[in-house]
Design a protein around this ligand. Structure first.
Ligand SMILES: [Zn+2]
Length: 251
């Protein structure tokens, strides 16, 4: 840890749970974020300023006017640009220490092996097809997955480590083929709720990197944005989960 880094990350290092050792782990860590949207904005921002050394971003969308109500990584002048490129410019301004790697493409079976190059995956995508594929690839390459979703006034976040005994995967939670393709893409959402849940994702990722044992692993936290009640529910491992038969669509 260099002198400038000691000052930049002083408040991380001041935590006994983090310290210099934890900061070094953060600087050495590689995190892949799927989707640079409402969840991805706070998630990427907090990972970057915390000093996560390498951050991969995969997103094939361009910034639209209707994104700016919640995707606070972007500004008016970014409209029409690739979200990945606009995010990289902004994040490098926040912390030039961080190495940002861009994938301006759809996450699909053909490129899903890029998950193998990262330590932790954070999914902020907006559709079930992508989430299922991310889950399958995380299972295949044995990577921890911090998954989150927001819809209306509801938010949820979970940490999956299905390669450990008795730990569930995302498919143990959501089976079958939910037909919400319209769902997250066009449903109403207050930006602040995405901000809360995306920030929680960043917190879980950072704890996982540093090696703090208390975590959400195997549980889902559900936030009701109207009452601000939270509930934490254990996700049982489904012995019949289709993920134990490895999906054929993964390279
Ligand atoms: Zn499963």
């Amino acid at each position: 840890v260099r002198e400038e880094q000691l000052r930049r990350y002083a408040r991380n290092i001041a935590l006994s749970e983090v310290g210099i050792k934890g900061q070094e782990k953060l600087l050495a860590a590689k995190v892949l974020v799927i989707g640079a949207g409402g969840l991805g904005s706070p998630l990427l921002s907090y990972l970057a300023v915390a000093g996560v050394g390498t951050i991969g971003i995969i997103d094939y969308d361009r910034v639209e006017l209707s994104n700016l109500q919640r995707q606070i990584l972007f500004e008016n002048s970014d409209i029409g640009r690739f979200k990945t490129q606009a995010a990289k410019d902004r994040l490098e301004e926040m912390n030039p220490d961080v190495n940002i790697i861009l994938y301006s493409e759809k996450f699909k079976p053909e490129n899903s092996n890029l998950i193998s190059e990262y330590d932790i995956i954070a999914d902020g995508s907006d559709n079930f097809a992508t989430r299922f594929l991310v889950n399958a690839a995380c299972l295949k390459y044995q990577k921890p997955l911090v998954s989150a979703a927001v819809r209306g006034f509801d938010g949820q976040i979970a940490l999956f480590k299905p390669y450990l005994a008795n730990q569930p995967c995302y498919r143990c939670l959501v089976s079958g083929e939910p037909d919400d393709e319209r769902g997250c893409r066009d449903a109403g959402i207050i930006g602040a709720l995405a901000g809360i849940i995306g920030s929680m994702q960043a917190l879980e990722v950072i704890k996982e990197i540093v090696g703090i044992e208390q975590s959400l692993a195997g549980n889902m936290l559900i936030l009701d944005g109207l009452t601000l009640n939270t509930r934490k529910v254990r996700i049982p491992k489904d012995p019949l989960c289709e993920c134990w038969v490895m999906p054929k669509n993964i390279k």
